[in-house]
Ligand binder design. Sequence first.
Ligand SMILES: CC(C)(COP(=O)(O)OP(=O)(O)OC[C@H]1O[C@@H](n2cnc3c(N)ncnc32)[C@H](O)[C@@H]1OP(=O)(O)O)[C@@H](O)C(=O)NCCC(=O)NCCS
Length: 259
Amino acid sequence: MRVNQEVAVCGNSIILVPYEKHHVPTYHQWMEDEKLRQATASEPLTLNQEYEMQESWRTTCDKLTFIICEGAPFSGLEDELSPVIAGQVDIPDTMTGDVNMFLSPWIPDNEEEMQMVYDESETKTYCTAEIDIMIADPARRGKGLGRAAVATFMRYVLQNLEAILHEYDGFHVNDDYTHRKVVLKEMAAKIYEDNAASIALFKSLGFKQRGGVNYFGEVELVLDDFGEDGFELKGPIGELVGMGYKEVEYDRSMLQDYV
Ligand SMILES: CC(C)(COP(=O)(O)OP(=O)(O)OC[C@H]1O[C@@H](n2cnc3c(N)ncnc32)[C@H](O)[C@@H]1OP(=O)(O)O)[C@@H](O)C(=O)NCCC(=O)NCCS
């Protein structure tokens, strides 16, 4: 997605920056680790394929990606309005992992929901978001960075939902339903049942397990009504995202391939 390409999001002990070309070598190095690939259900890619992937995540309308950098001190962030200069803060030493979201049409679970989708099809269409998180370096895990990154990401999504769904809706420009409102129905995470850390992380933020273990050995944790009118980040997640949340400009003008 392009919606976040000029935004850096500061949270408690982390900063999220859009995934750029200069992050790819570090990202590729992370993904050489077989255990990490298994945990994130990723395929091994060559460096060139990783560059193509970075490009495609930027240009497709259904995937929103940030690189997580570990916290303070970040030069230039003292002042409320100072931009984050690309390539100064987000360097291999601070890069910690990624957090991203994939949007797809929502699939009703029962007859009542199917009826609702049918009744509202003239005016609304529903989508669902699947969230993924990775703290790549084992030495940086267990310090609260994963939870801070997910909470900060979710607040960014809520605050920018209209723009995100507008970009996602670009998929539908060729069909007859351009006048329909897109509604984000829920936020979900699919996690291998033996991934205790990830399950604990999402449960601590209010996600609830739906159903049992699927064919692939995953459980689905869901935050219902995320994105519906009136939804608020409450409880632990609300407290966490209140701490130092700030969106600032991500200044890409120093990047070599800046256009
Ligand atoms: C899963 C992952 C993102 C968690 O991030 P993290 O920064 O290590 O987690 P946090 O420090 O924010 O901890 C969040 C919660 O998980 C718990 N936790 C952390 N490590 C744990 C472990 N090894 N076993 C059980 N619980 C664990 C913490 O105690 C905390 O819960 P609590 O508040 O109830 O105590 C990280 O371990 C990771 O990236 N692993 C590899 C990739 C992966 O599995 N991604 C998820 C794919 S769905």
